[in-house]
Design a protein around this ligand. Structure first.
Ligand code: ADP
Ligand code: MG
Length: 487
């Protein structure tokens, strides 16, 4: 990552008069116990070639048996993405590669399981989902020698078939994405949904979620341009960088009189640029034909409806509910972070225990970044602290100290900790007399402040802080000063 910042790929606007058109193809490994068509374990990180069997290796006579759990998870995803779930078929997609032992991948072609869905992004942006179909993963090749870990220039390669046959869903968006920000939002939202419905851990760094990016450019109003597909985009950040780079490359090419060839390109994250990999394959190249060893998959309507009923509340709805409860914007960072961590319920508990909503959000967001959905601290303890600070019994800084102590001990009574630390209440009249003393001691600063020089307030606030040994609440001091001035 060291030289990743040197590439000119920040999300600055495209040259005047140009627009990018982006569609994403996302592959996700489903969280099943076994593979899509065999009983071998679906597990990441074990010794190579330990989760294999005749079906995985494509040995003669081995027959695929469809994994019901994989179908269920794929349907869950389809429903969560507002798709129509339909009866569907499996096809063989033929190509030759060492990590594909059968020399074909069982996938879905013209009759996929899930079609015609959508996913909502901030600002009510709706991105169409063309299809979300089931298929099997390939094995994994690792290339040794050479420099980049790529096959070109390597001395030899090893292949691990543990991943071969792991169930995947490929989610194909419509070309509705118009900025790299939207592309990143789409990937993040999809990941949150996948985790929420228990379909996948969706970890880009472990390869259980992989994103291919299709980019073209046009002048707004023109028909879509020729697209390039970019592979090897291994993080959400790289998705944004690759798109920005590629759109600009295409614009430059067209503006200097060239044309865009449809091709597959490779994203080099260290260099911050894309390279030609190969001319794009057509569907014809894959010689798709119906998989003769599997029958039509026609999910029972009642089953589909029971899956629909079992879906949890999805992240977008949780953000909206949290936002409504605590009075923040449903698209604010706090709403995203808390729901992402699953701590929205905890915040609600703090509020139900009588806590002040705004501070509850801030405290939980700050204090429990390392914890899961259910922080160890009783919600009532956080609630009590919010009230203590709201009522001016402790300052914001003191509250932070108390919060840290509560978190460290897995709980604690805020008032007792405040007392132990000597954070006893400074009542408003005490602060008021300190303010008056500060004004009397610094008449120049006071005069400037009264003349509208806001900066002059700093000296007065500072004096009160000093007298109170930091126990006065800065916000209260400021409020008193403002009140005195406007008299
Ligand atoms: P293929 O079957 O060749 O992969 P698809 O029509 O299924 O092609 O599209 C693949 C992806 O490319 C989809 O995510 C789609 O949204 C996107 N896409 C299609 N046309 C364009 C375009 N002109 N510009 C950018 N993306 C596009
Ligand atoms: Mg495709």
């Amino acid at each position: 990552m060291s030289n990743a910042t040197s590439a000119p790929t920040n999300a600055a606007a495209l040259p005047e008069g140009w627009e990018m058109v982006v569609g994403l193809e996302v592959h996700v490994e489903l969280d099943t116990a076994t593979k899509l068509f065999s009983g071998s374990p679906n597990r990441f990180g074990d010794d190579p070639n330990t989760h294999i069997d005749p079906v995985t290796l494509g040995l003669p006579g081995a027959l695929p048996v469809l994994n019901r759990k994989a179908v269920e998870l794929a349907i869950r995803l389809g429903l969560a993405l507002n798709c129509t779930v339909q009866s569907c078929t499996f096809h063989r997609k033929n190509y030759f590669y060492p990590d594909l032992p059968k020399a074909y991948q069982i996938s879905q072609y013209d009759q996929p399981l899930n079609v015609d869905g959508f996913l909502m992004l901030p600002g009510d942006v709706r991105i169409g989902v063309e299809r979300a179909h089931l298929e099997e993963d390939t094995g994994k090749s690792t290339h040794f020698g050479g420099s980049s870990g790529r096959i070109h220039g390597s001395d030899y390669s090893l292949v691990d078939f543990n991943r071969a046959g792991v169930p995947l869903v490929e989610i194909v968006s419509r070309p509705d994405i118009r900025t790299s920000d939207q592309a990143r939002q789409y990937v993040n939202e999809l990941r949150s949904i996948l985790v929420a419905i228990g379909a996948s851990d969706a970890k880009m760094e472990e390869g259980s979620m992989r994103v291919d990016v299709n980019v073209s450019v046009r002048r707004p109003g023109e028909p879509f341009g020729t697209r390039c597909e970019i592979k090897n985009v291994n993080s959400v950040r790289a998705v944004g960088r690759a798109i920005d780079y590629e759109a600009r490359r295409q614009i430059q090419e067209i503006e200097s009189g060239g044309t865009i060839r449809q091709e597959t390109r490779h994203w080099d994250d260290a260099e911050g640029r894309t390279h030609t990999l190969r001319a794009k394959e057509d569907a014809d190249d894959y010689r798709y034909f119906l998989e003769p060893d599997l029958v039509l998959l026609d999910p029972d309507r009642e089953w589909v409806e029971s899956i629909r009923t079992s879906l949890p509340v999805l992240p977008a709805a949780r953000r909206a509910a949290l936002a409504a409860l605590v009075g923040i914007d449903k698209e604010s960072e706090a709403a995203y972070v808390l729901v992402e961590r699953g701590q929205d319920d905890y915040v609600a508990e703090v509020v139900r225990a009588g806590g002040e909503a705004g501070r509850a959000v801030v405290y939980v967001q700050q204090a429990f970044a390392e914890e899961g959905a259910k922080p160890r601290v009783p919600a009532a303890d956080i609630s009590a602290l919010t009230v203590l600070e709201r009522d001016g019994k402790v300052t914001a800084t003191q509250a932070k100290t108390i919060l840290a102590e509560i978190v460290l001990n897995g709980g604690g009574d805020a008032a007792t900790i405040a007392k132990d630390k000597g954070f006893e209440a400074l009542d408003t009249s005490a602060v008021e007399s300190m303010v008056d003393a500060a004004i009397a001691a610094q008449p120049d600063a006071w005069a400037k402040y009264c003349n509208g020089e806001e900066k002059a307030m700093g000296a007065l606030v500072g004096a009160v802080m000093k007298t109170s040994q930091g126990k006065a609440d800065g916000k209260v001091v400021t409020a008193i000063l403002q009140a005195r001035r406007s008299k």
